[in-house]
Ligand binder design. Structure first.
Ligand SMILES: Cc1cc2nc3c(=O)[nH]c(=O)nc-3n(C[C@H](O)[C@H](O)[C@H](O)COP(=O)(O)O)c2cc1C
Length: 483
Protein backbone atom coordinates (compact mmCIF):
# COMPACT_ATOMS: atom_id res chain seq x y z
CA UNK A 1 0.00 0.00 0.00
CA UNK A 2 1.48 3.34 -1.06
CA UNK A 3 0.23 6.81 -0.23
CA UNK A 4 -1.27 7.29 -3.71
CA UNK A 5 -3.39 4.17 -3.24
CA UNK A 6 -5.01 5.34 0.00
CA UNK A 7 -8.69 5.79 -0.83
CA UNK A 8 -10.50 5.32 2.44
CA UNK A 9 -10.09 4.75 6.17
CA UNK A 10 -9.23 1.06 5.76
CA UNK A 11 -6.43 1.84 3.29
CA UNK A 12 -5.27 4.61 5.60
CA UNK A 13 -5.13 2.13 8.52
CA UNK A 14 -3.26 -0.46 6.46
CA UNK A 15 -0.58 2.09 5.57
CA UNK A 16 -0.41 3.55 9.09
CA UNK A 17 -0.01 0.02 10.50
CA UNK A 18 2.76 -0.71 8.00
CA UNK A 19 4.54 2.43 9.21
CA UNK A 20 4.23 1.26 12.84
CA UNK A 21 1.87 4.12 13.68
CA UNK A 22 -1.05 2.14 15.15
CA UNK A 23 -1.65 0.26 18.43
CA UNK A 24 -4.71 -1.91 19.07
CA UNK A 25 -6.55 -2.10 22.38
CA UNK A 26 -8.94 -5.02 22.84
CA UNK A 27 -11.70 -5.29 25.40
CA UNK A 28 -12.18 -1.62 26.40
CA UNK A 29 -15.64 -0.47 27.53
CA UNK A 30 -17.42 2.24 25.52
CA UNK A 31 -18.31 3.80 28.87
CA UNK A 32 -15.31 6.09 29.61
CA UNK A 33 -12.53 3.52 29.06
CA UNK A 34 -12.04 4.33 25.35
CA UNK A 35 -12.03 8.06 26.16
CA UNK A 36 -9.60 7.80 29.07
CA UNK A 37 -7.20 5.47 27.25
CA UNK A 38 -7.20 7.87 24.30
CA UNK A 39 -6.50 10.79 26.64
CA UNK A 40 -3.53 9.01 28.23
CA UNK A 41 -2.23 8.36 24.72
CA UNK A 42 -2.43 12.03 23.61
CA UNK A 43 -0.14 13.10 26.48
CA UNK A 44 2.73 11.02 25.09
CA UNK A 45 5.23 12.59 22.73
CA UNK A 46 4.29 11.76 19.12
CA UNK A 47 1.41 9.48 20.14
CA UNK A 48 0.38 6.53 17.92
CA UNK A 49 -3.18 6.10 16.64
CA UNK A 50 -5.32 3.73 18.72
CA UNK A 51 -7.78 1.19 17.34
CA UNK A 52 -10.29 -0.13 19.87
CA UNK A 53 -11.70 -3.54 19.02
CA UNK A 54 -13.71 -6.17 20.92
CA UNK A 55 -15.50 -3.32 22.66
CA UNK A 56 -17.54 -4.55 25.64
CA UNK A 57 -21.11 -5.33 24.59
CA UNK A 58 -20.37 -5.15 20.85
CA UNK A 59 -19.34 -7.50 18.08
CA UNK A 60 -15.67 -7.94 17.32
CA UNK A 61 -14.80 -5.80 14.27
CA UNK A 62 -17.00 -2.83 15.25
CA UNK A 63 -14.09 -0.52 15.94
CA UNK A 64 -13.31 3.01 17.12
CA UNK A 65 -10.17 4.85 15.98
CA UNK A 66 -8.66 7.80 17.89
CA UNK A 67 -5.52 9.92 17.58
CA UNK A 68 -5.59 9.66 13.80
CA UNK A 69 -3.76 12.94 13.10
CA UNK A 70 -1.95 13.42 16.44
CA UNK A 71 1.60 13.41 15.10
CA UNK A 72 3.57 14.78 12.16
CA UNK A 73 3.97 11.47 10.37
CA UNK A 74 0.26 10.61 10.26
CA UNK A 75 -0.86 14.18 9.61
CA UNK A 76 1.65 14.42 6.75
CA UNK A 77 0.36 11.12 5.41
CA UNK A 78 -3.26 12.23 5.78
CA UNK A 79 -2.51 15.43 3.83
CA UNK A 80 -0.74 13.30 1.18
CA UNK A 81 2.50 15.19 1.77
CA UNK A 82 4.69 12.18 2.64
CA UNK A 83 5.04 9.27 5.05
CA UNK A 84 8.21 10.29 6.86
CA UNK A 85 7.73 13.91 7.85
CA UNK A 86 8.72 15.31 11.23
CA UNK A 87 7.27 18.47 12.79
CA UNK A 88 9.61 20.89 11.05
CA UNK A 89 9.39 19.31 7.61
CA UNK A 90 5.62 18.98 7.81
CA UNK A 91 5.32 22.73 8.43
CA UNK A 92 7.72 23.44 5.56
CA UNK A 93 5.81 21.13 3.21
CA UNK A 94 2.52 22.76 4.15
CA UNK A 95 3.60 26.34 3.40
CA UNK A 96 1.40 27.78 0.60
CA UNK A 97 -0.47 24.46 0.17
CA UNK A 98 -3.81 25.58 1.74
CA UNK A 99 -3.95 28.49 -0.74
CA UNK A 100 -3.18 26.13 -3.63
CA UNK A 101 -5.86 23.68 -2.50
CA UNK A 102 -8.42 26.50 -2.39
CA UNK A 103 -7.35 27.66 -5.87
CA UNK A 104 -7.51 24.13 -7.33
CA UNK A 105 -10.68 22.90 -5.66
CA UNK A 106 -12.91 23.83 -8.64
CA UNK A 107 -11.10 21.15 -10.70
CA UNK A 108 -12.01 18.38 -8.26
CA UNK A 109 -15.79 18.48 -7.78
CA UNK A 110 -16.98 15.23 -6.15
CA UNK A 111 -17.87 12.42 -8.57
CA UNK A 112 -21.26 10.76 -8.07
CA UNK A 113 -21.45 6.97 -8.14
CA UNK A 114 -24.50 4.71 -7.72
CA UNK A 115 -23.16 2.69 -4.83
CA UNK A 116 -20.05 2.13 -2.77
CA UNK A 117 -18.86 0.28 0.29
CA UNK A 118 -20.99 2.65 2.42
CA UNK A 119 -24.20 1.27 0.88
CA UNK A 120 -23.37 -2.33 1.87
CA UNK A 121 -25.99 -1.87 4.62
CA UNK A 122 -28.84 0.65 4.53
CA UNK A 123 -31.12 0.77 7.58
CA UNK A 124 -34.44 2.61 7.45
CA UNK A 125 -37.33 2.77 9.88
CA UNK A 126 -36.26 1.36 13.21
CA UNK A 127 -32.79 2.88 13.44
CA UNK A 128 -30.63 2.75 16.55
CA UNK A 129 -27.29 4.56 16.70
CA UNK A 130 -26.43 2.56 19.79
CA UNK A 131 -26.14 -0.55 17.62
CA UNK A 132 -22.62 0.88 17.22
CA UNK A 133 -20.14 1.21 20.11
CA UNK A 134 -20.55 4.95 20.63
CA UNK A 135 -18.22 6.10 23.42
CA UNK A 136 -19.03 8.09 26.53
CA UNK A 137 -15.78 10.02 26.11
CA UNK A 138 -15.37 11.99 29.34
CA UNK A 139 -16.62 11.28 32.86
CA UNK A 140 -18.97 14.27 33.07
CA UNK A 141 -20.26 14.26 29.48
CA UNK A 142 -24.04 14.45 29.28
CA UNK A 143 -24.22 11.34 27.10
CA UNK A 144 -22.62 9.31 24.33
CA UNK A 145 -21.19 11.31 21.41
CA UNK A 146 -21.25 9.62 18.02
CA UNK A 147 -20.07 12.76 16.24
CA UNK A 148 -16.58 13.98 17.08
CA UNK A 149 -14.39 13.22 14.05
CA UNK A 150 -17.47 13.58 11.85
CA UNK A 151 -18.29 15.54 8.71
CA UNK A 152 -21.76 17.14 8.76
CA UNK A 153 -22.93 17.98 5.22
CA UNK A 154 -25.30 20.87 4.54
CA UNK A 155 -26.01 22.98 1.47
CA UNK A 156 -26.77 26.58 0.64
CA UNK A 157 -30.41 26.37 -0.52
CA UNK A 158 -29.82 29.19 -3.02
CA UNK A 159 -26.57 28.13 -4.70
CA UNK A 160 -26.45 24.45 -3.75
CA UNK A 161 -22.87 24.89 -2.45
CA UNK A 162 -21.98 22.04 -0.14
CA UNK A 163 -20.39 22.51 3.28
CA UNK A 164 -18.83 19.96 5.60
CA UNK A 165 -18.20 20.83 9.25
CA UNK A 166 -17.14 18.75 12.23
CA UNK A 167 -19.80 19.53 14.84
CA UNK A 168 -20.25 17.47 17.98
CA UNK A 169 -23.23 15.10 17.94
CA UNK A 170 -24.79 13.55 21.02
CA UNK A 171 -26.95 10.45 20.73
CA UNK A 172 -30.53 11.29 21.79
CA UNK A 173 -33.81 9.43 22.31
CA UNK A 174 -32.21 6.04 23.01
CA UNK A 175 -30.35 6.05 19.69
CA UNK A 176 -33.10 7.24 17.36
CA UNK A 177 -31.85 10.82 17.09
CA UNK A 178 -28.72 12.93 17.40
CA UNK A 179 -28.29 16.58 18.34
CA UNK A 180 -25.88 18.65 16.23
CA UNK A 181 -24.14 21.47 18.05
CA UNK A 182 -23.23 24.08 15.42
CA UNK A 183 -21.81 27.32 16.79
CA UNK A 184 -23.25 30.57 15.41
CA UNK A 185 -21.07 31.97 12.64
CA UNK A 186 -20.11 28.55 11.27
CA UNK A 187 -21.03 27.86 7.66
CA UNK A 188 -23.29 24.95 8.60
CA UNK A 189 -25.29 27.22 10.93
CA UNK A 190 -25.89 29.73 8.12
CA UNK A 191 -27.07 26.95 5.78
CA UNK A 192 -29.49 25.56 8.34
CA UNK A 193 -30.88 29.06 9.07
CA UNK A 194 -31.39 29.73 5.36
CA UNK A 195 -33.19 26.40 4.82
CA UNK A 196 -35.45 27.09 7.82
CA UNK A 197 -36.38 30.49 6.37
CA UNK A 198 -37.16 29.04 2.92
CA UNK A 199 -38.51 25.53 3.55
CA UNK A 200 -39.11 25.22 7.29
CA UNK A 201 -36.62 22.36 7.56
CA UNK A 202 -32.99 21.64 6.64
CA UNK A 203 -31.59 18.46 5.05
CA UNK A 204 -28.45 17.00 6.63
CA UNK A 205 -26.17 14.02 6.02
CA UNK A 206 -23.29 13.07 8.30
CA UNK A 207 -20.30 10.81 7.78
CA UNK A 208 -19.09 9.29 11.06
CA UNK A 209 -16.07 7.28 9.87
CA UNK A 210 -13.86 8.16 6.90
CA UNK A 211 -10.35 8.90 5.66
CA UNK A 212 -9.05 11.31 8.36
CA UNK A 213 -8.46 13.82 5.55
CA UNK A 214 -12.19 14.52 5.75
CA UNK A 215 -11.92 15.21 9.46
CA UNK A 216 -9.11 17.68 8.75
CA UNK A 217 -11.03 19.55 6.06
CA UNK A 218 -14.39 19.45 7.86
CA UNK A 219 -12.79 20.56 11.14
CA UNK A 220 -10.77 23.41 9.67
CA UNK A 221 -12.00 26.80 8.46
CA UNK A 222 -12.11 26.29 4.69
CA UNK A 223 -13.47 29.47 2.98
CA UNK A 224 -17.24 29.77 2.65
CA UNK A 225 -18.73 28.95 -0.75
CA UNK A 226 -16.10 26.28 -1.21
CA UNK A 227 -17.14 22.64 -0.98
CA UNK A 228 -14.93 20.82 1.52
CA UNK A 229 -15.28 17.72 -0.67
CA UNK A 230 -13.79 19.61 -3.63
CA UNK A 231 -11.07 20.91 -1.31
CA UNK A 232 -10.37 17.32 -0.20
CA UNK A 233 -10.26 16.39 -3.89
CA UNK A 234 -7.61 19.08 -4.45
CA UNK A 235 -5.53 17.58 -1.61
CA UNK A 236 -5.91 14.10 -3.14
CA UNK A 237 -5.42 15.23 -6.72
CA UNK A 238 -8.58 13.34 -7.73
CA UNK A 239 -12.31 13.75 -7.05
CA UNK A 240 -13.90 12.21 -3.96
CA UNK A 241 -16.58 9.65 -4.90
CA UNK A 242 -20.01 10.26 -3.37
CA UNK A 243 -23.38 8.54 -3.24
CA UNK A 244 -26.59 10.55 -2.88
CA UNK A 245 -28.56 10.14 0.34
CA UNK A 246 -31.90 8.60 -0.62
CA UNK A 247 -33.98 10.80 1.69
CA UNK A 248 -32.35 14.22 1.26
CA UNK A 249 -30.36 14.00 -1.98
CA UNK A 250 -27.29 15.27 -0.13
CA UNK A 251 -23.98 13.52 -0.86
CA UNK A 252 -22.09 11.10 1.33
CA UNK A 253 -18.56 9.80 0.72
CA UNK A 254 -19.08 6.47 -1.06
CA UNK A 255 -16.19 4.87 0.82
CA UNK A 256 -17.23 6.12 4.28
CA UNK A 257 -17.68 3.62 7.11
CA UNK A 258 -20.86 4.85 8.75
CA UNK A 259 -23.24 7.68 7.91
CA UNK A 260 -26.67 9.02 8.81
CA UNK A 261 -29.27 11.16 7.10
CA UNK A 262 -32.25 13.22 8.20
CA UNK A 263 -33.78 16.67 8.62
CA UNK A 264 -33.47 19.44 11.17
CA UNK A 265 -36.59 21.40 12.19
CA UNK A 266 -36.49 24.75 14.07
CA UNK A 267 -38.55 23.46 17.00
CA UNK A 268 -36.99 20.00 17.23
CA UNK A 269 -34.43 20.35 20.01
CA UNK A 270 -33.13 18.15 22.82
CA UNK A 271 -31.12 18.98 25.92
CA UNK A 272 -27.47 18.61 24.95
CA UNK A 273 -24.18 18.52 26.87
CA UNK A 274 -22.18 19.07 28.86
CA UNK A 275 -19.21 17.88 26.79
CA UNK A 276 -15.47 18.01 27.52
CA UNK A 277 -14.31 20.63 25.02
CA UNK A 278 -11.08 21.75 23.34
CA UNK A 279 -10.62 24.62 25.80
CA UNK A 280 -9.92 21.96 28.43
CA UNK A 281 -13.22 22.46 30.26
CA UNK A 282 -16.71 21.01 30.12
CA UNK A 283 -19.03 23.09 27.97
CA UNK A 284 -21.26 24.21 30.86
CA UNK A 285 -24.85 23.19 31.51
CA UNK A 286 -27.22 21.45 29.14
CA UNK A 287 -28.95 23.54 26.50
CA UNK A 288 -31.65 22.75 23.91
CA UNK A 289 -29.87 21.98 20.64
CA UNK A 290 -31.19 21.19 17.14
CA UNK A 291 -31.75 17.46 16.87
CA UNK A 292 -32.06 15.23 13.83
CA UNK A 293 -34.41 12.26 13.83
CA UNK A 294 -32.36 9.71 11.93
CA UNK A 295 -34.17 8.55 8.80
CA UNK A 296 -31.44 6.34 7.40
CA UNK A 297 -28.23 4.75 8.58
CA UNK A 298 -25.67 3.59 6.02
CA UNK A 299 -22.72 1.44 6.99
CA UNK A 300 -20.05 -0.91 5.77
CA UNK A 301 -19.81 -4.31 7.36
CA UNK A 302 -18.02 -3.88 10.72
CA UNK A 303 -17.79 -0.08 10.47
CA UNK A 304 -14.99 1.90 12.07
CA UNK A 305 -16.03 5.10 13.86
CA UNK A 306 -13.55 7.94 13.61
CA UNK A 307 -13.33 9.43 17.10
CA UNK A 308 -11.71 12.80 17.74
CA UNK A 309 -12.63 13.77 21.31
CA UNK A 310 -11.37 17.14 22.50
CA UNK A 311 -10.35 17.91 26.11
CA UNK A 312 -7.55 19.63 28.01
CA UNK A 313 -4.78 20.02 25.41
CA UNK A 314 -2.97 18.15 24.05
CA UNK A 315 -6.11 16.36 22.87
CA UNK A 316 -7.09 14.31 19.83
CA UNK A 317 -6.89 17.02 17.19
CA UNK A 318 -4.95 19.85 18.89
CA UNK A 319 -1.78 18.97 16.98
CA UNK A 320 -3.68 18.89 13.67
CA UNK A 321 -5.40 22.16 14.54
CA UNK A 322 -2.09 23.88 15.40
CA UNK A 323 -0.37 22.78 12.22
CA UNK A 324 -3.32 23.58 9.93
CA UNK A 325 -4.11 26.92 11.56
CA UNK A 326 -0.48 27.99 11.50
CA UNK A 327 -0.17 27.25 7.77
CA UNK A 328 -3.52 28.84 6.87
CA UNK A 329 -2.95 31.99 8.90
CA UNK A 330 0.56 32.45 7.53
CA UNK A 331 -0.75 32.01 3.98
CA UNK A 332 -3.57 34.49 4.62
CA UNK A 333 -1.20 37.07 6.10
CA UNK A 334 1.15 36.81 3.13
CA UNK A 335 -1.79 37.04 0.71
CA UNK A 336 -3.09 40.13 2.53
CA UNK A 337 0.04 41.93 1.39
CA UNK A 338 1.59 42.29 4.84
CA UNK A 339 5.36 42.32 4.27
CA UNK A 340 8.03 40.64 6.38
CA UNK A 341 6.03 37.65 7.69
CA UNK A 342 8.63 35.16 8.92
CA UNK A 343 6.50 32.60 10.71
CA UNK A 344 3.20 31.90 12.49
CA UNK A 345 2.44 29.38 15.18
CA UNK A 346 -0.90 28.57 16.72
CA UNK A 347 -0.05 27.00 20.08
CA UNK A 348 -1.63 23.77 21.32
CA UNK A 349 -1.93 25.23 24.84
CA UNK A 350 -4.62 27.54 23.42
CA UNK A 351 -6.31 24.68 21.61
CA UNK A 352 -4.77 25.92 18.35
CA UNK A 353 -7.00 29.00 18.40
CA UNK A 354 -6.52 31.17 21.46
CA UNK A 355 -2.78 31.82 21.40
CA UNK A 356 -1.11 32.85 18.14
CA UNK A 357 2.51 33.92 17.74
CA UNK A 358 3.51 35.84 14.61
CA UNK A 359 7.13 36.60 13.74
CA UNK A 360 7.81 39.64 11.53
CA UNK A 361 10.91 41.39 10.23
CA UNK A 362 9.98 44.97 11.16
CA UNK A 363 10.13 47.32 8.19
CA UNK A 364 8.32 50.49 9.32
CA UNK A 365 6.80 52.15 12.38
CA UNK A 366 3.46 50.48 13.09
CA UNK A 367 4.32 47.26 11.24
CA UNK A 368 4.20 45.06 14.36
CA UNK A 369 0.80 46.38 15.50
CA UNK A 370 -0.58 45.99 12.00
CA UNK A 371 0.51 42.36 11.99
CA UNK A 372 -1.14 41.77 15.37
CA UNK A 373 -4.48 43.41 14.65
CA UNK A 374 -4.72 41.95 11.18
CA UNK A 375 -4.01 38.45 12.45
CA UNK A 376 -6.58 38.70 15.22
CA UNK A 377 -9.40 39.32 12.71
CA UNK A 378 -8.45 37.11 9.77
CA UNK A 379 -11.35 34.77 8.92
CA UNK A 380 -9.02 31.83 9.53
CA UNK A 381 -8.05 33.12 12.98
CA UNK A 382 -10.92 35.20 14.37
CA UNK A 383 -13.09 32.51 16.00
CA UNK A 384 -12.13 32.25 19.68
CA UNK A 385 -8.75 33.86 19.34
CA UNK A 386 -7.67 35.54 22.58
CA UNK A 387 -3.98 36.45 22.32
CA UNK A 388 -1.87 37.40 19.33
CA UNK A 389 1.78 37.88 20.23
CA UNK A 390 3.94 39.58 17.62
CA UNK A 391 7.66 38.84 17.88
CA UNK A 392 10.73 39.85 15.90
CA UNK A 393 12.22 37.56 13.27
CA UNK A 394 14.97 36.36 15.64
CA UNK A 395 12.36 34.71 17.88
CA UNK A 396 10.99 31.24 17.01
CA UNK A 397 7.18 31.60 17.10
CA UNK A 398 6.83 27.83 17.74
CA UNK A 399 8.80 27.98 20.98
CA UNK A 400 6.58 29.04 23.87
CA UNK A 401 9.73 29.69 25.87
CA UNK A 402 11.18 32.08 23.28
CA UNK A 403 7.84 33.82 22.72
CA UNK A 404 7.32 34.42 26.43
CA UNK A 405 10.95 35.58 26.76
CA UNK A 406 10.20 38.19 24.12
CA UNK A 407 7.00 39.20 25.94
CA UNK A 408 8.97 39.59 29.18
CA UNK A 409 11.84 41.55 27.67
CA UNK A 410 10.51 43.48 24.65
CA UNK A 411 6.98 44.47 25.64
CA UNK A 412 5.91 47.08 28.13
CA UNK A 413 2.51 45.99 29.50
CA UNK A 414 1.09 49.52 29.60
CA UNK A 415 2.17 50.46 26.07
CA UNK A 416 2.30 47.19 24.23
CA UNK A 417 -0.83 45.29 25.13
CA UNK A 418 -3.94 46.45 23.30
CA UNK A 419 -7.34 44.91 23.80
CA UNK A 420 -10.36 44.59 21.53
CA UNK A 421 -13.87 43.93 22.87
CA UNK A 422 -17.01 42.20 21.62
CA UNK A 423 -15.09 39.90 19.27
CA UNK A 424 -16.05 36.43 17.96
CA UNK A 425 -16.16 34.07 20.93
CA UNK A 426 -17.91 30.80 21.56
CA UNK A 427 -20.37 29.12 23.83
CA UNK A 428 -17.56 26.77 24.86
CA UNK A 429 -15.53 29.63 26.35
CA UNK A 430 -15.29 28.84 30.09
CA UNK A 431 -15.27 32.61 30.78
CA UNK A 432 -18.63 33.25 29.08
CA UNK A 433 -21.31 34.12 31.62
CA UNK A 434 -24.35 31.83 31.16
CA UNK A 435 -27.09 33.36 29.03
CA UNK A 436 -24.93 36.09 27.49
CA UNK A 437 -24.05 36.19 23.77
CA UNK A 438 -20.75 34.51 22.95
CA UNK A 439 -18.56 37.57 22.55
CA UNK A 440 -15.02 37.45 23.85
CA UNK A 441 -12.23 40.00 24.15
CA UNK A 442 -8.72 39.69 22.83
CA UNK A 443 -5.29 41.18 23.28
CA UNK A 444 -2.59 41.98 20.78
CA UNK A 445 0.77 41.86 22.52
CA UNK A 446 3.51 43.68 20.67
CA UNK A 447 6.60 41.82 21.87
CA UNK A 448 8.87 43.25 19.18
CA UNK A 449 11.76 45.54 20.01
CA UNK A 450 10.34 49.11 19.96
CA UNK A 451 10.75 50.52 16.45
CA UNK A 452 12.49 53.71 17.63
CA UNK A 453 15.04 51.64 19.60
CA UNK A 454 15.87 49.01 17.00
CA UNK A 455 19.38 50.39 16.51
CA UNK A 456 20.37 50.57 20.17
CA UNK A 457 18.28 47.85 21.83
CA UNK A 458 20.54 45.73 24.11
CA UNK A 459 22.27 42.86 22.34
CA UNK A 460 20.90 39.36 23.06
CA UNK A 461 23.25 37.50 25.40
CA UNK A 462 23.51 34.30 23.40
CA UNK A 463 26.47 32.71 21.62
CA UNK A 464 26.53 33.49 17.89
CA UNK A 465 25.69 30.76 15.37
CA UNK A 466 29.40 30.55 14.35
CA UNK A 467 30.61 30.14 17.93
CA UNK A 468 27.90 27.57 18.66
CA UNK A 469 28.79 25.56 15.55
CA UNK A 470 32.44 25.74 16.53
CA UNK A 471 32.00 24.26 20.02
CA UNK A 472 29.54 21.67 18.77
CA UNK A 473 31.95 20.43 16.15
CA UNK A 474 34.77 20.28 18.72
CA UNK A 475 32.82 18.22 21.29
CA UNK A 476 30.09 16.43 19.31
CA UNK A 477 29.73 13.56 21.78
CA UNK A 478 29.34 15.71 24.85
CA UNK A 479 27.14 18.35 23.16
CA UNK A 480 25.26 16.24 20.57
CA UNK A 481 21.50 16.73 20.76
CA UNK A 482 21.91 19.93 22.78
CA UNK A 483 20.41 21.99 19.97
C1 LIG B 1 -13.31 17.01 16.18
C2 LIG B 1 -13.90 18.39 16.03
C3 LIG B 1 -15.06 18.73 16.70
C4 LIG B 1 -15.63 20.00 16.55
N1 LIG B 1 -16.80 20.31 17.18
C5 LIG B 1 -17.44 21.47 16.89
C6 LIG B 1 -18.74 21.74 17.41
O1 LIG B 1 -19.31 20.96 18.17
N2 LIG B 1 -19.35 22.88 17.04
C7 LIG B 1 -18.75 23.78 16.20
O2 LIG B 1 -19.37 24.79 15.86
N3 LIG B 1 -17.51 23.58 15.72
C8 LIG B 1 -16.84 22.42 16.04
N4 LIG B 1 -15.60 22.18 15.53
C9 LIG B 1 -14.95 23.20 14.71
C10 LIG B 1 -15.50 23.23 13.32
O3 LIG B 1 -15.53 21.95 12.75
C11 LIG B 1 -14.67 24.14 12.45
O4 LIG B 1 -14.80 25.46 12.92
C12 LIG B 1 -15.04 24.06 11.00
O5 LIG B 1 -14.27 24.98 10.27
C13 LIG B 1 -16.49 24.35 10.81
O6 LIG B 1 -16.80 24.27 9.45
P1 LIG B 1 -17.49 25.49 8.75
O7 LIG B 1 -16.55 26.66 8.93
O8 LIG B 1 -17.59 25.04 7.35
O9 LIG B 1 -18.78 25.68 9.43
C14 LIG B 1 -15.00 20.94 15.71
C15 LIG B 1 -13.81 20.59 15.05
C16 LIG B 1 -13.26 19.34 15.21
C17 LIG B 1 -11.98 18.99 14.47
Amino acid sequence: MSLDEVDDLRDWLTLAEKLGEVRTINGAHWDKEIGAASEVNYKRPSPPALVFDDIVGYRSGQRVLTGSTANARRLGMTLRLGTDLDDRRLVEELRTRPGEWVANAHRFAPREVDSGPLTENVVTGDVNLLDFPVPQWHEADGGRYIGTGCAVFTTDPESGTLNAGAYRMQVQNDGRAASINIEAGKHGAAHVREWFAREGRAPVTVSLGHDPLLLVVAGTEVPRDMSELAYAGAVLGRPVEVVRGEATGLPLPARAELAVEGWLYPERREQEGPFGEWTGYYSGSTEPVLTMDIERVYHRDDPIQLGAPPGKPPHDYSYMRSVMKSAMIQDALVRSGLPGVEGVWSHEAGGGRQLLAVAVRQQYAGHARQAGHLTSQLPSAAYMNKFVIVVDHDVDPRSLNEVMWAVCTRSDPVQDIETISRTWGSRVDPLRAPGLPPFNTRAVIDACRPWERLADFPRVAEASRELTDHVMSRWPDALGGAR
